[in-house]
Design a protein around this ligand. Structure first.
Ligand code: CP
Ligand code: NVA
Length: 301
C-alpha cells in the first residue's frame, strides 16, 4: 500500500492490518508508551474545505509519532491561485514525507499521487472519506468484537460517507444496507463494486434498510460545497433520519455512529445522538488512532 486514496484501492488484509495497528497505538498512547515511529518526518496537510477532527487528529497524531505536521490552507498556497496539481505534487515531494489532502475532486488526490513521489492520504473528497471509515470500522470492532457478519445500515445522502462505508463494510465481511432517496444514491462506481455482494441493499425504504441492523450510521443532508442546496435538500431528505422509530426496527443493542459534524433534528435526533454519545465520540477519537496507523504504514521506514 503506497497511498490511501479511496477504500476501493485497499484490500481486506490491509484494512485489518491498519485496524490492528490502530488498536495497538491506542493502547500504547493510553498507557503512556511512546511510539516515535515517524521521528524527523513531516506531513503536509492541504485543506480546501473546513475541518475540526481531521485537522486536529492528523496534527496531534503526527506529533505523537515524533514528527511534524504543516497546515497548508489552499487559500495561502499557490494551488489556490491556479498552480497545477502536478507541479505542486512534485515540489512538495521534495520537502515532505507525506501529504494529507482534503479537497473537492477525487481526481486532484489521484493526480497528487500520480505526479508526487511521497504517500498521499485522502482526508475527504466529494467522492469518499476513507480515514473516517477506518475509524468507524475500528469503533464497530471495539464495541462488537468483530465486523464479519454484522449488518451496517446507512440512512441519508448517497455521499462521500455512504460511498466509503459501503466499500469498507463489504470488504470486511459486513452486510450493508443504504436508505436514500432514489435520486441521491451512492456513486455508480461504488454500486458496481457492491453489485457482487449478496449482503448489499439500496432502497428508499428506511424500515426495510434498518431492519435488524447492528450499526446505524448517517451523515449531513448537505455536504461541504452544497451549502446553496441546503434548503432544497432539507425537503428532499425529510424523514431520512436516525430516530426512535428507526431504532425500534434495528437490533436491540444496535450502535449509532455519526462522522460529525451533526445537524440535530435533521439526519439524527438530539435524543438518539445523546443516547449514543459514547459511541459517537469514541468514533471521533478513533480518527486519531486509525490515522496514526495509516501514517505509520505509509510513511514509516
Ligand atoms: N468527520 C470529519 O471529517 O470531521 P471534520 O470535517 O471536522 O474533519
Ligand atoms: N459528507 C460530509 C462529511 C463531513 C465529514 C461533507 O462532505 O461535508
Amino acid at each position: 500500500m503506497k497511498h490511501l486514496l479511496k477504500m476501493l484501492d485497499v484490500s481486506k488484509e490491509e484494512i485489518t492490518d491498519i485496524l490492528n495497528l490502530a488498536d495497538q497505538l491506542k493502547y500504547e498512547q493510553k498507557h503512556g508508551i511512546k511510539h516515535h515511529h515517524l521521528a524527523g518526518k513531516t506531513l503536509g496537510m492541504i485543506f480546501q474545505k473546513s475541518s475540526t477532527r481531521t485537522r486536529v487528529s492528523f496534527e496531534t497524531g503526527m506529533y505523537q509519532l515524533g514528527g511534524n505536521a504543516l497546515f497548508l490552507s489552499s487559500r495561502d498556497l499557490q494551488i489556490g491561485r491556479g498552480e497545477p496539481v502536478q507541479d505542486t505534487a512534485r515540489v512538495l515531494s521534495r520537502y515532505l514525507d507525506g501529504i494529507m489532502i482534503r479537497t473537492f475532486a477525487q481526481q486532484e488526490v489521484e493526480d497528487l499521487a500520480k505526479y508526487g513521489s511521497i504517500p498521499i492520504i485522502n482526508g475527504l473528497t466529494d467522492f469518499c472519506h476513507p480515514c473516517q471509515v477506518l475509524a468507524d470500522l475500528m469503533t464497530i470492532r471495539e464495541y462488537k468484537g468483530r465486523l464479519e457478519g454484522l449488518k451496517m445500515c446507512y440512512i441519508g445522502d448517497g455521499n462521500n460517507m455512504a460511498n466509503s462505508l459501503i466499500v469498507g463494510g463489504l470488504k470486511t465481511g459486513m452486510k450493508v444496507s443504504v436508505a436514500c432517496p432514489d435520486n441521491y444514491r451512492p456513486d455508480p462506481a461504488v454500486l458496481d463494486f457492491a453489485a457482487d455482494f449478496d449482503g448489499f441493499q439500496v432502497t428508499a425504504n428506511i424500515p426495510e434498510a434498518a431492519a435488524d441492523a447492528d450499526v446505524l450510521l448517517t451523515d449531513v443532508w448537505a455536504s461541504m460545497g452544497q451549502e446553496e442546496e441546503a434548503a432544497q435538500r432539507r425537503e428532499i431528505f425529510a424523514g431520512y433520519q436516525i430516530n426512535g422509530d428507526v431504532l425500534k426496527v434495528a437490533k436491540g443493542d444496535a450502535m449509532v455512529l455519526h462522522c460529525l459534524p451533526a445537524h440535530r433534528g435533521e439526519e439524527i435526533t438530539e435524543e438518539v445522538l445523546e443516547a449514543h454519545a459514547d459511541e459517537i465520540f469514541d468514533e471521533a477519537e478513533n480518527r486519531l488512532h486509525a490515522q496514526k496507523a495509516v501514517m505509520v504504514k505509509l510513511m514509516g521506514k
